[in-house]
Design a protein around this ligand. Sequence first.
Ligand SMILES: *[C@@H]1O[C@H](CO)[C@@H](O)[C@H](O)[C@H]1NC(C)=O
Length: 406
Amino acid sequence: MADDYTTNTLSGWILESTTFFYQSNPRIAFIMSMGIAFLYYYLTSVAKKPEFYCKPGKFRQVLETMVPILNEKFYPTPWCFGTHSQTALSNFIRGLLPNIKYQRDLLETPDGGVLALDWLPSDLPQDAPIAFFMAGLTGHSQTEYIKSIIPSAAKHGCRVAVLNNRGRGGVDLKTPRTYCAVSHDDMDLALTHIKNRYPNSMIVACGISLGGVILGQYLCRSRENALCDAAILVSSVFNISEAVYSMELPGLNRLLNRHLAHTLWLTVEPHKDKFKEFQEKCDLEEVKKSTTIKEFDERFTSKMFGFQSVDHYYDEAKLINKIHNIKVPTLCFCAADDMFQPHNALPLQIPEENENLAFLVTARGGHIGFMEGVLPFPPFFSERLYEQYLLAMIHSIRDGVFKKIL
Ligand SMILES: *[C@@H]1O[C@H](CO)[C@@H](O)[C@H](O)[C@H]1NC(C)=O
């Protein structure tokens, strides 16, 4: 009778058949339970809706109605969602995209340097919106994440322009000055050039990583005179001291740091002879030996730009201290697990004070990763967000929700 009772209830039946299955196929049962545990973990702790911070107002309303991805869960690639693996693999996959053909404008700076503005060839009307891009630390117009984000702007009738820093992207270095986190003069020059050439076009600017820091510096300094109508900063660091500290943590961060320090040296090496007159101020042999970004900045960047020390440079470069000055709609997008910027270093209280700023923070994604889906291929989450944001800004600026910069 007792047996009949247990097998007649559903839970009794499940229990009995599971026990039977487990006893007859212990290995498969083990794999299955691991799979279920993983799935549970993935669905509860990895795939999440991004955190969104924005003060109630026009900007928030536009974002909430026209950027639906805000309310989507971000599903990082289930077999590759760690911060370093997202960063590395997304970079590799984006790198598989073919190089882009540009038309290049060379811009001379007042101090004798040269920048290159790369345009995607097009026969768009004179007043087509302009999507402006700036890459990160050692980047240029053929950098992996630039190649993957540009199609999102080009396919919606935007004229695309990418700024290459001095000495990057095949640009010659004419003077012993490269660029740093506070080189917003060069960005100012590029945007002025664009505005003169296309006075009736709106400009939506996108800065990625260090490009976003420079764009942020430009926006903070130019306030209501900024020449772009809206902006987005992707994986940009707001407190450089915090980033440098985080990158010096032992393990993969330290390893990546070493790699970046070497890459930074490689950006200087081809222009070595330009720094001859600099020799007593900065010893290039020492610069070459840098094993961290901080060492490189201490021995090279801060000296080249005349800062008293590397800490002085980092203090000047902190967006966190000036971001309240931004006057055009600006979305800051990053991942909570970005190794350059721990979640607690994000100035998430700022959107409460400045209604032009919004923060969107995904739980995973690493540094410019945001790879999604089981078989990841761009557009990734970041590219899709960019596309929706760009369209939202273009339409709301056209409709007069935000003032168009003249
Ligand atoms: C930036 O980070 C440094 C190092 O962690 C910290 O001491 C400083 O208070 C931070 N600055 C701000 C404005 O949060």
